[in-house]
Design a protein around this ligand. Structure first.
Ligand SMILES: Nc1ncnc2c1ncn2[C@@H]1O[C@H](COP(=O)(O)OP(=O)(O)OP(=O)(O)O)[C@@H](O)[C@H]1O
Ligand SMILES: [Mg+2]
Length: 255
């Protein structure tokens, strides 16, 4: 990435969809995401979270305003340059996973390595290691439709992490995961963050959001407020104890 203190900077961003009545998915957003920071995005369904992630991930361009990613203004780039920026710098966990249906789990995870020009053996090795990290060691040969929803989500997460992305964007990464698997995934995000990379994660769950350093609350396409998370809260044992209690009661009936 080009030298710049911000991983991402949005100014005056509007994204208006025209389907009959115009929809102001984002309606004037200014947001600076420092390099190496960990940000959670929260907000009701339809508040613009995925729209924001798509803009930051260079998958979409704003109707108005400026989006700067890694020091580069995204709207000024052509499609090829944007694809390249994305491939080199960004790991994206989509809300809908977006796995390649004809590629196996292992091949899906190995795919981003192509952007780095890695050889096939290296890519497969890294992919296999990451699949193991997300608890899918035995599922490398499965096609996406041969996996459960939570397993697909973990393949998508492994794929996003395989290039050690400078900027990880994860849209509801733990939405389909049980508490233990979700916690493993969040530990992987922590590692990436601790190594100096930038993490932005959308979540509906407050205890997941508290893993971040600050929480951006969206409402109706605008930033309602930005909350900083007290480090003590985020890593304290108290929260873990509460979680464990919740698990015990939550699964009691099923086991
Ligand atoms: N491609 C599109 N065309 C038209 N309208 C869209 C499109 N994508 C999103 N919208 C609208 O923009 C608004 C914001 O959508 P967005 O997907 O960003 O919400 P979200 O906060 O991610 O919600 P959720 O929590 O349900 O995922 C919604 O009102 C949605 O209907
Ligand atoms: Mg969404």
């Amino acid at each position: 990435m080009a030298e710049s203190a911000s991983a991402v900077a949005l100014s005056g961003v509007r994204r208006i969809y025209h389907v009959g009545e115009p929809v102001y998915a984002l309606d004037g957003v200014d947001l600076e995401i420092p390099r190496g920071s960990y940000t959670a995005i929260m907000g009701p369904s339809g508040s613009g979270k995925s729209t924001l992630m798509n803009l930051v991930g260079c998958l979409d361009t704003p109707t108005e305003g400026e989006v700067v990613v890694g020091g580069r203004e995204v709207t000024g780039l052509d499609e090829r340059e944007r694809t390249r920026l994305r491939g080199e710098e960004v790991g994206f966990v989509f809300q809908t996973f977006n796995l390649m249906p004809r590629l196996s789990a292992l091949e899906n995870v190995a795919l981003p390595g192509l952007f780095r020009g890695e050889d096939r053996a290296t890519r497969r090795e890294r992919a296999a290691a990451l699949l193991e990290r997300v608890g899918l060691a035995g599922r490398g040969d499965h096609l996406p439709n041969e996996l459960s929803g939570g397993q697909r989500q973990r393949v998508a997460i492994a794929r996003a992490l395989v290039n050690d992305p400078a900027l990880l964007l994860a849209d509801e990464p733990t939405g389909n995961l049980d508490t233990d698997t979700g916690r493993n995934v969040l530990d992987l995000f922590d590692e990436l963050h601790a190594a100096g990379n930038t993490v932005v994660m959308v979540t509906h769950e407050p205890h997941v959001a508290e893993r971040a350093e600050r929480i951006v609350h969206l409402l109706d396409g605008r930033i309602e407020r930005i909350e900083s998370v007290d480090a003590g809260d985020a890593t304290g044992t108290e929260r873990d104890a509460t979680d464990a209690e919740g698990d015990a009661t939550g699964t009691e009936g099923k086991d």
